[in-house]
Design a protein around this ligand. Structure first.
Ligand code: ZN
Length: 859
């Protein structure tokens, strides 16, 4: 079907240890606009007794010369992908001279030049675009790096580790030499050259070492870097307190760049960040931005131990570092703010995106078995389901047992490149527990379903729960095994008292008997979302209300409310619902919530928020686009007509205070803006929205007003939006919010609006943030526009991706995701979506990135 020259997948089970190790590498870069010269000196050691050649990866490089032990080498084999040297002695020095062109590198992988600075991104396999090397994470080397560049334009020349020397040259150039004392894989190498504003602070570690913290941002942006630096210090402290992990170099640098494919990168001692995860002040950043910055800064910092000191043996093990590090950053965020609201945030990601991935042709275990393009596996499954798997260990072993496991893991593996099994083995050995069955979580894809039945024998006071676990087959695996699943259970008695338990599920069917109840308790299952599974059970409206209003577990309260909303919505669609949720259930829930004077404003805000369309889709066999949307809207109208007076009263009761990013202020703003979402569509809506927009002293409330206006289709929307654009025209990170709001708006002429947005002077097809704001927002979040019945939304995205794939395959491959998730749609839409996929595949220059996802999804 495809015109592309076939590419082969790599398989996890084919792993072979490297035939050579490279203990030292000395790199020198001569940065120049015309041609950048890279010289690399490798100290190579043969591993064991063999006569295999040394095959160095390299892509898009111009080879100038190779020397072996100082002598020019004439015999070597060169292809588009590798430089192969044969008949090497057991130990030797290889010198490689290459040239590259960073200015024309739009893939933002390898060494690239964008908005006037040079910058690198090597994970997963970008180092091979810089020089010939063994580009795999199990080759660990000591790096010495010298950078030469024009001093005026590039006053800062940065790389990993410590600055050991520097000097000026006559031609206006200068140079700086860096040395990283820690062995590292090449994906953690980084280089940055440019002119920045620099913020410097310091952190004293628990053992008393003083670490210089340096933050580099665009000129004029220094005042927006304070929050990131403060977050870094909190993260450093937290890791010392919770895990006894201390930073290991004398300097920690973070550079914010405008052109970046993802969030950030944990290069040793020199993190590179997408500027949207660094820069913040109350005028330009929302509470969510502040939160994200704190969490991404922490995430990259935590990688210094979980990722850098102990790294992955091969890329199939990516979750070893990402799942664990996401878990760590989630725990950190929970400690910095509200644990419950954080947990809800994590669960939304799983239910909206990870369940969707499992339901698609991209379904894969957290440790994948087969990969064509590694960049395609930086997924919600590897990251977020990976974190859930770590969390289950934390639950099963208790925090103290988990800490013992972590200690043993570092004791055994510091300085090594290891596997997910090594991690679980450390957990197991430190706790004398058998985790063989638990390891199935690493090999099995799919979303397990727990079907639960509850029985009560009134005469004996015995409660029986019968739980069946079943993982439906996925497109990548036809056989599924039972998993080891911790299920948190709460028994709620009539008098409001409650007890909890953790059930260890291991069999496909298990009975749990518990006695001593006078009356049948209400049972809340999966408290704190103790496992990444779906629960299927028949609960009465009354039981759901009891849990929603009285459970001691905030997550369970929220979850019960979500079930009430979801099942009501599904009951209005052809999917139907087996639960008897009526309008009265809804109003009883709202009355209960609003009259209880709930103290936790953030939880209240979450509990009056309806499940997203994406979440709803994952609960049912079929996605009836029109019917699901109108059912969800109908529920919204019911809520408004019942609760409007209470919403308004609450809204006016919330004080506007001078902006500060604190948990209590954040909670208040969250509730205010959720209330405004509802109020916006009432008579008073236009006025309140406009008023909030005008009076707001911070981006959270400003954006809250705009979102409410967009959602409720307020007349004032266009006017407020153009006012916003006038204010923030010169500030692309802020303008991204405006782009996204326009692109996710429901409107008949959305496609011509998208064209207009891309004609905006700040739009740039080469900048991933801009592309995600416009095209990504449309494809992922404008479900009515994207799923337009005539297929025009699919067509639009398909055509755009043809173009984008030639500029930046990684970003194109992310945005193709919604186009590959056709499985639950109606026949007509499936045909139209597939037609776009076929068109994409027809392109013989299609990147491996997009090819892998599209060809899989066509089956
Ligand atoms: Zn990470």
């Amino acid at each position: 079907m495809s015109n592309k020259t076939p590419v082969t997948a790599k398989r996890r089970l084919d792993y072979q240890p490297p035939a050579y190790q490279i203990h030292d590498i000395e790199l020198s870069f001569n940065l120049d606009d015309e041609v950048t010269k890279v010289k690399s000196l490798l100290h190579v050691f043969k591993q064991g007794d063999h006569d295999q050649p040394l095959k160095l990866d390299g892509e898009n490089l111009t080879l100038i010369e190779v020397k072996l032990n100082g002598k020019s080498l004439q015999q070597y084999e060169l292809t588009d992908e590798a430089l192969t040297l044969s008949n090497l002695p057991d130990e030797c020095f290889i010198e490689i001279y290459t040239e590259i062109d960073p200015a024309s590198n739009k893939t933002l992988e390898g060494l690239y030049k964008a908005s006037g600075s040079y910058c690198t991104q090597c994970e997963a396999e970008g180092f091979r675009k810089i020089t010939y090397f063994l580009d795999r994470p199990d080759v660990l080397s000591k790096y010495t790096v010298t950078i030469y560049a024009d001093k005026k334009r590039y006053p800062y020349l940065l790389s990993n580790g410590n600055k050991i020397d520097s000097g000026d040259l006559e031609d206006g150039k200068h140079w700086v030499k860096w040395q990283d004392p820690f062995f590292k894989p090449c994906y953690l190498f980084a280089l940055v050259a440019g002119d920045f504003d620099k913020l410097t602070q310091s952190f004293t570690t628990s053992s008393g070492r003083k670490v210089a913290l340096e933050l580099y941002v665009d000129k004029g942006m220094a005042h927006r870097g304070e929050h990131a630096l403060a977050s870094l210090k909190k993260a450093m402290k937290w890791d010392e307190v919770v895990f006894d992990l201390e930073y290991d170099l004398d300097i920690y640098m973070v550079v914010a760049v405008d052109f970046f494919n993802m969030g950030a990168m944990e290069n040793k001692g020199l993190n590179v960040f997408n500027s949207k995860y660094v820069l913040a002040d109350s005028q330009t950043a929302t509470d969510e931005d502040y939160f994200n910055i704190e969490s991404v800064i922490a995430h990259e910092y935590f990688h210094n131990w979980t990722g850098n000191r102990v790294t992955c043996r091969d890329w199939f093990q990516l979750s070893l570092k990402e799942g664990l590090t996401v878990f760590r950053d989630q725990q950190f965020s929970a400690d910095m703010g509200s644990p419950v609201v954080n947990r809800i945030k994590n669960v939304k990601v799983i239910r909206e995106h990870q369940f969707a991935e499992d339901a698609s042709a991209m379904a894969h275990p957290i440790r994948p078995d087969e990969v064509i393009e590694m960049n395609n596996f930086y997924t919600v499954t590897v990251y977020d389901k990976g974190a859930e798997v770590i969390r289950m260990l934390h639950t099963l072993l208790t925090p103290a047992g988990f800490k013992r496991g972590i200690d043993l893991y570092f004791k055994r593996h510091d300085g090594q490149a290891v596997t997910c099994d090594d991690f679980v083995n450390a957990m197991q050995d430190a706790n004398s527990i058998n985790l063989d069955q638990f390891k199935v979580w690493y090999e099995q894809s799919g979303t397990p379903e727990l079907t639960v039945e509850q029985d009560f024998a009134a005469d004996t006071g015995t409660l029986t729960l019968t739980i069946q676990q079943h993982t439906p087959v996925t497109l990548d695996q036809s056989q599924k095994k039972p998993l080891y699943i911790p299920v948190r259970v709460e028994y709620l008695a009539n008098d409001g008292s409650s007890t909890t338990d953790i059930i260890h599920l291991t069999q496909s069917q298990q009975k749990l008997v518990r006695d001593g109840f006078d009356v049948e308790p209400t049972v809340a299952l999966l408290g704190d979302f103790s496992a990444p599974v779906k629960v299927i059970r028949t609960l009465s409206a009354e039981s759901l209300l009891t849990i929603a209003l009285h459970s001691n577990d905030g997550f369970s309260r929220w979850d019960a409310a979500q079930t009430i909303y979801s099942q009501f919505i599904h009951s209005l669609t052809p999917n139907g619902s087996t639960l008897a949720i009526t309008q009265e259930t809804i109003t009883a829930l709202l009355d209960g919530l609003l009259e209880s004077a709930m103290e936790d404003q953030a939880l209240l805000a979450e509990m009056i928020t309806l499940p997203s369309v994406e979440t709803l889709v994952q609960q049912v066999p079929k996605y009836y686009v029109e019917s699901l949307h109108s059912a969800r809207e109908k529920l919204e109208r019911i809520i408004i007509s019942h609760a409007q007076p209470m919403f308004e009263k609450q809204y006016h009761g919330l004080a506007f205070t001078n902006y500060d990013y604190t948990p209590s202020q954040t909670a208040t703003r969250k509730l205010r803006n959720q209330l405004l979402m509802y109020i916006a569509s009432t008579e008073q809506g236009e006025e309140l929205v406009t008023q909030q927009f005008m009076q707001s002293d911070n981006m959270t409330d400003t954006l809250g007003a705009l979102k409410a206006a967009q959602h409720a289709k307020c007349k004032c929307f266009d006017k407020l939006m153009s006012q916003f654009e006038e204010t923030w025209r010169a500030d692309p990170i802020v303008l991204d919010k405006w782009f996204a709001l326009h692109a996710s708006r429901q409107s008949e002429d959305i496609l011509s609006r998208l064209d207009l947005l891309m004609g905006h002077q700040q739009f740039n097809h080469e900048n991933p943030n801009r592309v995600r704001s416009v095209i990504g927002s449309f494809a992922f979040f404008n479900s009515t526009g994207f799923h337009a019945k005539d297929g025009s939304g699919y067509r639009y995205i398909g055509q755009y991706l043809q173009k984008l794939d030639k500029i930046n395959p990684q970003v194109a491959s992310r945005i193709v995701t919604p186009l590959t998730q056709w499985q639950k749609l109606d026949e007509e839409r499936i045909v139209k979506m597939k037609a776009e996929l076929v068109r994409l595949l027809d392109n013989k220059d299609l990147s491996n990135d997009v090819y892998e996802k599209v060809s899989k999804s066509l089956g």
